[in-house]
Design a binder for this molecule. Structure first.
Ligand code: ATP
Length: 244
């Protein structure tokens, strides 16, 4: 796919860029998704392209919240589907949670292509937006949801989320778990739990944690967790990295 040699010091980042470009070419990712990816790359560079302790702390809390949920749902868009399809399917299996397509730019057929791609990667089913039920507090196309999915969820996992919908979900009383490399995004600030890490590194760790966590430990972890403090740690890490 690419002629970047494996010995290149930033091979992983560059091959991920190829994956997202392939997502656009396959009609899964929106062309706007390239911009969101670029913003993520910049923050990944600043955090050192590694899972940092503030992300590990949030991953513990995220697995706790998702495992304690009555009806967890995994919301998927074109970017996450392109870069971590297997991870999404695996997390759905571990949590026994449905995947639901929810995107901003609904170019013809993209929602259906995302669904088909995830089915090809082993998802037992993928819920689609409907006009039967809508989210409140949001005007875009992302308000259309599935009655058995995001609409009735108590905890929604929304990696690489747009701030508007995160806010709407929170106003509706739902807990939101996100993965977002930018600790200053509106999503990062409004989510219940924000994992500041690249989704390609964080999702396998989240699956692993969710497989092994126990209910009693989960309650304890959640009681002690403070998302604002975790975001502060991420910001401090970024400002220190600028000082060499
Ligand atoms: P907000 O509306 O929440 O302020 P935004 O307008 O930046 O955020 P988008 O353009 O939808 O929202 O971008 C999605 C977010 O996903 C960005 O904050 C970006 O840093 C982050 N992001 C992009 N790629 C990745 C990735 N691979 N892993 C984790 N986060 C990512």
């Amino acid at each position: 796919m690419s002629d970047v040699p494996k010995t290149h010091p930033r091979y992983l980042s560059l091959s991920l860029r190829d994956t997202i470009v392939a997502g656009v070419q396959q009609g899964i990712t929106s062309i706007h998704g390239l911009i969101a990816h670029g913003r993520g790359e910049a923050f990944d560079y600043l955090i050192g392209e590694q899972t940092q302790p503030f992300a590990t702390e949030a991953i513990h809390a995220a697995s706790a919240m998702l495992c304690l949920a009555d009806h967890p749902v995994i919301s998927v868009n074109g970017n996450v589907t392109a870069v971590v399809p297997d991870g999404l399917v695996e997390l759905g299996r571990v949590l026994n949670a449905p995947l639901e397509v929810n995107i901003f730019h609904t170019e013809t057929g993209r929602e259906k292509r995302i669904r088909e791609y995830l089915l090809k990667h082993g998802a037992p089913d993928v819920l689609m937006p409907t006009t039967e039920v809508q989210l409140s507090y949001i005007d875009s196309n992302r308000k259309f949801v599935h009655p058995d999915g995001i609409f009735k969820a108590d905890v929604v996992f929304v990696p690489l989320e747009d701030g508007d919908r995160c806010e709407a979900l929170r106003k509706m009383g739902k807990e939101v778990v996100t993965i977002d490399l930018n600790p200053m995004s509106r999503t990062a600030k409004q989510a219940s739990i924000t994992i500041v890490d690249n989704v390609v590194r964080a999702l396998p760790l989240l699956c692993e944690e969710s497989r092994s966590i126990r209910t009693s430990t989960a309650q304890d972890i959640l009681k002690k967790y403070n998302n604002e403090a975790v975001l502060q740690k991420a910001l401090q890490h970024i400002s220190r990295s600028g000082n060499g």
